[in-house]
Design a protein around this ligand. Structure first.
Ligand SMILES: C[S@@+](CC[C@H](N)C(=O)[O-])C[C@H]1O[C@@H](n2cnc3c(N)ncnc32)[C@H](O)[C@@H]1O
Length: 760
């Protein structure tokens, strides 16, 4: 009988929250509830928009936000899927009527590069009832689940675009969770990826958040674009410790890692999100923003200290309050006069924006009966306020406000382009002697020469970075190896219960394997990888360096960082990407390692053995659950018979079959057991693949079908289903039809862990 193997228990499946079926529409709400006299009085006093626009501004704030999404993934994958949306879905949605109303099809956001972002404005009811939109909705849900589409507010897509990340950049996302912008940054770091394989960028992305639980959202999000150049930390950004690099040869002091690009998407009051977070209407008051100004400023100031001399910072909030925006920028420029605001008015020309404000009138008075021109006027009117409120002179415009070019900040208002409210500012250091034309040329040369690392390519060495890329650690100005504290409203190690209580953390250590480690060598050999596989960059998560279960791959830079820092003090929650996992053998068989779905694009450039299959083989693998080797078409059976037990990679070239079409190479990991082969992608990915290529969902397996009144599983025809044990590591579900036993479903170990369906 069955061995009672638990389903889905291995590795947690690597997926975050499931997308809700109705996530493509914001709630419809009563307009009469959308008012707040404090909000009106405050923003009128700020003259946030010209008087004649006030009603349009309010009307937009009271209208549900359209649905926006971005075609995600590395550039080539995204372009390919985008073409499908344009060529297949939009034409199907272009002439749809519902209850005598013509429905508008999805449209591209005019300012998003390559037309990769879309918007549509369809009610939930229509999404449920119109067959055409229902189908499109299913497509979006499936593609979102496998990570090819990112449901993201239009304005939230802006900061990564202004950061202009390139694959050789060292990038820091200081307040990263839940990670929609992190995903965009990672995509830019991986701009060199091809349709089927992941490049190994020489730069890196550190995604940080002070909320421990939320850092796990980051890990899930980023698993959609697995990267050996990705790290997640859980620290207070306002107090972010210096990350060290190994000392350059001949020097005794370690260098400090500085960043080419830093995103400060800081915690904010969020009043720009009123269109979807309608609760804000009820509670809004000016102290929401007043109280965050200090933390926002400290985070930005810390970023300014961690930036390379020729680096760039983008500061953003989803608030329209100048106290959280221009006031923070002005105060940061005051304390770091070597910085300036960059004029990006010619970037994204189709984006409608307003210039940053140069005058604003803070108040701590909840009823907004008065606002104040200057801090002095505020204190004169409220003598206790200096101690009883969090307002400081920094909340007001400084006296030299007109020298700061605050109008170079960008304000996005809902009525301009039917979006949320948002604020973005781009900061760089003013030109110094360090930024000579020769250096600029050198940086440009480096940027242009970045190639994806193909097997055999010499990897870039850290020492070859220009000198300005790292400076010696200055113990007097920087916080070195400080465990994060709760100071500043965020605090490191927040809400996890995972700290040891003595200033160090209990994260599992990151231990690099010796490239001669026998288990690693055997894994490389069984998986038929080339000698160029970067085996010295493989790590495991235990102090002994034992290969217990999973192996992760990092790039050179992350390896150097891990070796040079004390991660009992800096909480590192993830580094690199998981590539191999152990698979226990069946009876009498030794354990093997297999390539994880998420690791495949990274490992692919180093594989020597890829089995090519036809569309009919793909259809059988997709439509069946654990198909028996004997059930494949006869011409393919000898290929299957010749395969060793274990992990293999199958390639399906573009092709057509009975109206179904595969437009690009598809590469997937396969597991061959004694009796069957199975596609090592999970249910959702399989469904997405099936819908995209064959236009139908995968038929439910017996396990997904109903049980009868006695709790027994029944097949679609109502027959009893039972489980029998087969040879090796397989078990089968069989349908009992009278005396006849029919095999309906075979389960083989292992179960797939994660999804990567790319290259379509
Ligand atoms: C506006 S959200 C970031 C959204 C994110 N950038 C995205 O695009 O998905 C702000 C984040 O800052 C985090 N946070 C709050 N205080 C912090 C601090 N002191 N240091 C680091 N992160 C902080 C919050 O946990 C929250 O996840």
């Amino acid at each position: 009988m069955g061995r009672g193997r638990k389903r889905g228990g291995r590795g947690g499946g690597g997926r975050g929250k499931q997308a809700k079926p109705d996530e493509y529409r914001t709630d419809l709400i009563e307009k009469s509830d959308m008012k707040n006299e404090r909000f009106f009085a405050y923003y009128k006093a700020q003259k946030i928009v010209p008087q004649e626009e006030w009603e349009d501004f309010l009307e937009a704030l009271r209208t549900p936000l359209p649905t926006t999404f971005r075609v995600a993934g590395s550039r080539q994958i995204a372009k390919s899927l985008n073409q499908t949306i344009k060529d297949v879905h939009v034409p199907l949605l272009s002439d749809v009527t519902f209850e005598d109303q013509k429905l508008p099809p999805p449209v591209q956001l005019p300012w998003y590069p390559d037309g990769l972002a879309w918007q549509f404005n369809i009610s939930k009811k229509v999404l449920r009832k119109s067959p055409e939109f229902k189908k499109f909705h299913s497509f979006l849900v499936f593609e979102t689940e496998v990570g090819n589409i990112s449901r993201q507010e239009a304005v939230s897509m802006l900061p990564p675009l202004f950061l202009e990340v390139e694959p050789h950049h060292t990038v820091m996302d200081m307040c990263a969770a839940p990670g929609s912008k992190t995903a965009q940054l990672l995509e830019a770091l991986h701009a060199q990826d091809t349709l089927t394989s992941t490049s190994i960028p020489s730069g890196l992305l550190v995604a940080n958040d002070s909320d421990y639980k939320r850092t796990h959202l980051l890990i899930h999000q980023s698993a959609r674009l697995p990267s050996p150049a990705f790290m997640v930390t859980n620290l207070d950004a306002s107090n972010y410790p210096s990350i060290r690099l190994p000392a350059p040869s001949g020097a005794s002091r370690k260098d400090q890692l500085l960043f080419d690009r830093i995103l400060c998407d800081v915690p904010c009051s969020g009043d720009g999100t009123l269109r979807k977070n309608i609760g804000i209407w009820k509670h809004w008051q000016p102290n929401d923003g007043n109280g965050l100004h200090g933390l926002q400023l400290r985070i930005l100031q810390r970023a300014m200290k961690m930036l390379k001399s020729d680096g760039r910072i983008v500061y953003s909030t989803c608030s329209i309050n100048p106290v959280e925006n221009e006031a923070v920028i002005a105060a940061a420029l005051e304390s770091n006069p070597e910085y300036h605001l960059v004029d990006v008015s010619s970037n994204l020309p189709e984006l409608k924006r307003r210039p940053g404000m140069t005058s604003w009138r803070p108040t701590a008075d909840k009823s907004i009966s008065s606002t104040y021109d200057t801090y002095e006027a505020f204190i004169a009117a409220n003598p206790q306020a200096a101690v009883s409120t969090k307002l400081t002179s920094g909340h007001w415009p400084p006296s030299n406000v007109h020298e700061l070019n605050l109008e170079r900040c960008m304000r996005i208002y809902p009525h301009l382009q039917d979006s949320g409210g948002f604020f973005v500012a781009v900061l760089e250091r003013k030109s110094t002697e360090l930024k000579t034309p020769a250096q600029a040329r050198e940086r440009k040369r480096m940027a242009e020469n970045v190639e994806p690392l193909e097997p055999g390519t010499k990897k870039p060495r850290l020492e070859s970075e220009p000198e300005s890329s790292s400076i010696p650690v200055d113990l007097t100005t920087d916080i070195v190896d400080q465990p994060a504290t709760d100071e500043g409203g965020g605090g490191g190690a927040n809400g996890s219960g995972n700290g040891s209580g003595n200033g160090s953390f209990k994260e599992m250590p990151y231990t690099f394997l010796s490239p001669l480690d026998p288990t690693l060598l055997s894994c490389i050999s069984r998986l038929r990888l080339t000698p160029e596989f970067p085996s010295s960059n493989v790590l495991v998560r235990n102090p002994e360096g034992d290969v217990v279960r999973s192996m992760y791959l990092t790039n050179d830079l992350i390896k150097q960082i891990i070796l040079a820092n004390d991660f009992t003090k800096i909480r590192l929650t993830a580094a690199g990407t998981k590539v191999f996992t152990k698979q226990e053998g069946g009876k009498g068989m030794e354990a093997q390692y297999r390539i994880l779905g998420e690791g495949l694009p990274v490992v692919l450039p180093y594989t020597t053995s890829i089995i090519t299959g036809k569309m009919s083989v793909l259809r059988h693998l997709v439509m069946s659950h654990y198909p028996l080797c004997t059930s494949f078409e006869e011409s393919f059976r000898p290929v299957l018979d010749s395969l060793d037990l274990g992990c293999h990679i199958f390639r399906f070239p573009p092709g057509e079959l009975d109206g179904a079409s595969l437009t690009h190479d598809l590469l997937v990991p396969i597991w061959k057991s004694g009796v069957s082969v199975s596609l090592m992608v999970d249910k959702k990915a399989k469904n997405a693949l099936s819908l995209r290529v064959f236009g139908v969902e995968v038929p439910p397996s017996m396990r997904d079908r109903k049980t009868n009144a006695d709790g027994d599983k029944v097949a679609l025809g109502g027959e009893l289903v039972t489980t029998v044990e087969l040879e090796g590591e397989a078990e089968a579900e069989v349908e009992m039809k009278g005396d006849e036993t029919m095999l309906v479903d075979v389960e083989v170990s292992p179960e797939p862990e994660r999804v990567v369906v790319q290259a379509l």
